[in-house]
Design a protein. Sequence first.
Length: 237
Amino acid sequence: MTNGSLKRLHLGASSLELLSQTPTAEFIDSSWVHLGDEPNYDARSDTGTIKSKARSIAKRILRKGRVVKSDGASDLYRKTDFRQWMFNSGDKLPFDDNRISFIYSEHVLEHFRFDIAVELLAESYRVLQPGAVIRTVVPDADYRTYEAPEPVGYPGRALAFNHPNKHKVRWNAYMLGRTLAFVGLKPVNIVWCDESGNYIRNNPAEIYEPNSVDFAMSSTLRYVQRPTSLIVDGVKA
């Protein structure tokens, strides 16, 4: 499959200007559609609002040492297809069936109610090409042993459950795998902790065949911002 025929989907994209260098190189080209939060800049002046600047500063603190300078941020958005996006129950992804060669979602699914997350994964199944992959990256809330389990009610019990920053689902490899299977996808564990606490990292380049759909994306984790997270793929038959 040539690069010109690829159409890749980035779910929950936000603040492309804050990506570290490798993800920027991967994501900023015409093969990608990015669905997510509004940009943190004014397209006419490259000057963000007070609210967006505050959000940008907060994300810089959270990603200290891994941030690309935001000078000329508007150029990033001009080079790719970025669309403001929210997903509610009953919504559809804006693509025809069997259109997308690869879907990437990092630390997004935990912010949806479980029932809505299932709907989003079902929509992902619909738009994926046969043989294509959705790569889901989420916090391993309970089984992880490389750091303490995620506190209940993260990021804080005082935060209302319907707040967009609230983690509404506590994912683990077993639950996420069964959910992917429920919507018709074959689950493939990439990075995960089992119930005995073993931390397991599989090399996707050894899992997928070189002639598989969009092997260039499915075979590597170089663009993952939080690579110790739980990573489970769903493959469409």
